[in-house]
Design a protein around this ligand. Structure first.
Ligand SMILES: [Zn+2]
Length: 307
């Protein structure tokens, strides 16, 4: 019985690999966990570095690029708490404006017009709403995991968040550079003592041109500006497509952040606490249908930034 299960598992793994880039399969989701043998929570909504997306294919002409609903839940509201992981987070030069800046970013995301760009989407448990209650941050100066294992990120969240909540979103910012990894960040999900939580993983993006929005406003350090941009991508995706079986993504498995990655409508978007950020837009089916969005990198005008 065990052998049969193992064999089935291997067949499914091979199938996932074979159809990993198939346009009309759920396996088209950007799930790199299919590429290793561990059964880990999937990496969802991976924010690929500029010019690097192994799953991307040009959309066929005439095909509707909109996202469709896949039956799962969404996040009607969010409670966020950030974790800064790694010994460098005790180094004030490394930290700079990152921690205070990201606390301000999450606080200002709450009820912002930027947050409201995701509010058209509904799921089995209601509708996405713009409320984000930010509970600040936790610093863990132990050696960080490099993100290649999603379960290691979930385990860190379960270790550090003492009171996880079902609408919890726990972004983990590590002090490690991405090296050869083709992505800047991703989101995923897991369970802490039976409570399903949303997690996200972010590399240290200091000096990383492939993950840099090139904010020239002078309002933030380069490293903070880069984390802020990818944070908008991941939080928007977690709200609209939090966990299995998934809610909103398109036929290529792309979520609302993916579809507008690395396109910026205005130099700075203003959040509800008046902080300003150079930040990508998020895909809106409604904006695409009504011709009120700005174009993504494929020229499809469905991106909104709420500016
Ligand atoms: Zn993404």
């Amino acid at each position: 019985m065990k052998i049969k299960l193992l064999l089935l598992c291997m067949i499914l793994s091979v199938a996932a690999l074979s159809f990993g880039q198939d346009a009309n399969s759920a396996a088209a989701r950007q799930d790199l966990s299919a590429l290793n043998t561990q059964h880990e929570p999937p990496m969802l909504g991976i924010h690929w570095a500029r010019g690097f997306n192994p799953f991307a294919r040009p959309a066929a002409k005439g095909n509707n690029p909109n996202m469709t609903y896949h039956g799962g839940v969404i996040m009607p509201s969010v409670v966020s708490e950030a974790i800064y992981w790694g010994p460098s987070w005790s180094n004030s030069t490394f930290v700079g404006d990152k921690i205070t800046g990201l606390d301000s970013w999450y606080t200002g995301f709450n009820n912002s017009n930027y947050a409201k760009t995701s509010d058209e989407y509904t799921g089995s448990n209601g509708q996405v709403g713009p409320s984000v209650t930010h509970n600040g941050h936790i610093i863990d100066t132990s050696t960080a995991a490099n993100g290649s294992s999603t379960s290691a990120i979930v385990a860190e969240v379960c270790r550090k968040i003492t009171n996880p909540v079902t609408n919890g979103y726990y972004p983990v910012y590590v002090d490690l550079k991405r090296g050869n990894a083709g992505y800047c960040a991703y989101h995923s999900f897991g369970s802490c003592s039976g409570v399903t939580v949303q997690v996200a993983f972010f590399f240290n993006l200091d000096g990383d041109a492939g993950c840099d929005p090139a904010d020239t406003s002078g309002k933030h350090s380069q490293g903070l500006a880069a984390l802020a941009n990818v944070s908008g991508h991941e939080l928007s995706e977690a709200r609209t497509d939090p966990d299995s079986p998934g809610a909103w993504y398109d036929k290529r498995g792309q979520e609302n952040g993916d579809k507008c990655a690395w396109t910026f409508n205005v130099p700075l978007v203003t959040f509800s606490n008046s902080t300003q950020w150079k930040i990508q837009g998020e895909w809106s089916n409604n904006a695409y249908n009504t011709g009120t969005g700005y174009p993504n990198s494929s020229g499809q005008a469905g991106c909104l930034d709420g500016h």
